[in-house]
Design a protein around this ligand. Structure first.
Ligand code: GTP
Length: 177
């Protein structure tokens, strides 16, 4: 815990949805559910009150490969994931999320919205989300660039008269890819 922190970067491995770990009570728990619980604790902690949060959804490369074999519904939190898939699917480029998304991209979007809704229900604020492949430096750099942008927007915010501008709204549409 430091003074002068204006942004918390919270990192979750997407590929954890079918993994298990032992919790504090010695029980076997899904790792994504453990991350969710930890996320809830951190975002509601008084230290981070009114702070910006950037959620990094990491290990997208492993996730995209895994989701072709293991259904996302393995994790109870994602039990209503029911994507509509185009026949001409593409796994080539993580930037084409709106044109012809792969199953992994659709699932990433679904998970991001799950976290965004959870966050806004707990804080009444907007969660920023970035998609990352930790083994690709460019992907990590882009997420860090996004975090700088968030801080810049925050500095400029008072200039614009706040809520009239959709960029600052609490909807589920702010992603960095
Ligand atoms: N393929 C892949 N590997 C990654 C990625 N990010 C981190 N790793 C690797 O994952 C391993 C575990 O690293 P971390 O996730 O940082 O460590 P951890 O939280 O202790 O480990 P996990 O419980 O496995 O997540 C290391 O070998 C990293 O190099 C990623 O986006 N893709």
């Amino acid at each position: 815990m430091f003074e002068d922190v204006r942004l918390v970067i919270f990192c979750v491995a997407l590929s954890d949805y079918d993994q298990y770990a032992i919790n504090g009570d010695g029980a076997l728990v899904n790792k994504m559910l453990l991350s969710k619980k930890f996320f809830e604790n951190i975002v509601t902690h008084p230290t981070f009150d009114q702070m910006n949060f950037l959620l990094i959804l990491n290990k997208f490369d492993l996730f995209e490969e895994k989701i072709e074999r293991v259904p996302l519904t393995q994790c109870d939190w994602f039990n209503n994931f029911c994507p509509v898939i185009s026949r001409q699917r593409s796994n080539i480029n993580i930037n084409n999320i709106n044109s012809n998304p792969s199953l992994g991209q659709l699932a990433f979007h679904y998970i991001a919205v799950k976290f965004k809704r959870l966050y806004s229900s707990l804080t009444d604020r907007k969660l920023y989300v970035a998609l990352v492949k930790g083994m690709e430096p460019v992907s990590v750099d882009e997420a860090l660039k996004y975090s700088s942008e968030i801080l810049k927007w925050d500095e400029e915010r008072p200039t614009f008269g706040l809520s009239e501008y959709s960029i600052y709204s609490t909807d589920a549409s702010s992603f960095s890819h």
